[in-house]
Design a protein. Structure first.
Length: 256
């Protein structure tokens, strides 16, 4: 018998922990932005956050394996109140994927996952990645916010209603990146702001030059050149500033 009753219906705006994917240009400040979040702990795979005074679980070095990532999630789940943790940062998801590939190769006694026929290596990798995502979602159910940092790669997009084009997308296997993108509340594409100005003319055609303003911005609305997303209506682009970002989230939730 179904457990769904009239009492099961949820009314009004739900305030639930965000899953924010932070991606974009190299050295734009993805880690700095993430470390400004509320009471964070970082799964530190890249060993690139030494200057930030936050809690970190070191997951770098030749002896680190994928199960260390899973065990880190179990530790946070059991001890998050004692740790005073409110946000979990993964830095970065594509480095978690490296450990996943390593684990698949170990299980199947191969050098690379491409040696497994019919894409089996990528299917196994996606299954392990789902275990990791499920672990993060368990932390989210406790009330913790999730931030996933991920590098970019150029991906060709072939859609029935458009010509073939390229975008900056998450630097992950197709199955894994699609799962992450579907799960995320927000995908913030970060870049240095650029302006163009008319430089002159050449052979009768106008020539424009791009100049960086030095400002760092984040997009939550997709454009032709990159993937972005927001389930919460906020302005885009925004300054790459955690305080501004959360202020806009809170305003949207209040209907302002």
């Amino acid at each position: 018998m179904s457990k769904i009753t009239m009492d099961s219906i949820i009314k009004g705006v739900e305030i639930v922990p965000l899953v924010t994917v932070v991606t974009g240009a190299t050295a734009v400040g993805k880690t700095f932005f993430s470390c400004q979040s509320d009471a964070p702990i970082m799964l530190n795979l890249e060993n690139g956050a030494e200057i930030y005074p936050i809690q970190k679980i070191p997951l770098y070095g030749k002896d680190v394996v994928f199960d260390d990532c899973m065990e880190s999630l179990r530790l946070i789940y059991a001890q998050h109140k004692k740790m005073g943790v409110k946000t979990v940062i993964v830095d970065s998801m594509d480095w978690v994927q490296k450990l996943i590939h390593k684990e698949v190769c170990k299980q199947k006694s191969v050098e690379t996952i491409d040696e497994l026929k019919w894409g089996a290596g990528y299917q196994l990798s996606a299954s392990l990645a789902q275990d990791f995502i499920n672990g993060l979602d368990s932390l989210r159910q406790l009330g913790l916010e999730i931030i996933i940092i991920c590098h970019t790669q150029i991906v060709k997009v072939d859609e029935p209603i458009h010509d073939l084009y390229e975008v900056y997308d998450l630097k992950l296997d197709r199955l894994i990146r699609n799962t992450i993108k579907e799960w995320a509340t927000i995908i913030a594409f970060c870049e240095f702001d650029q302006k163009t100005h008319l430089k002159g003319e050449r052979f009768g055609q106008k020539v424009y030059k791009a100049v960086s303003t030095g400002d760092r911005i984040m997009h939550t609305v997709p454009q032709a050149g990159f993937v972005a997303k927001s389930r919460i209506p906020i302005p885009s682009p925004l300054p790459l500033d955690w305080k501004v970002f959360k202020e806009e989230i809170n305003k949207s939730r209040k209907g302002e």
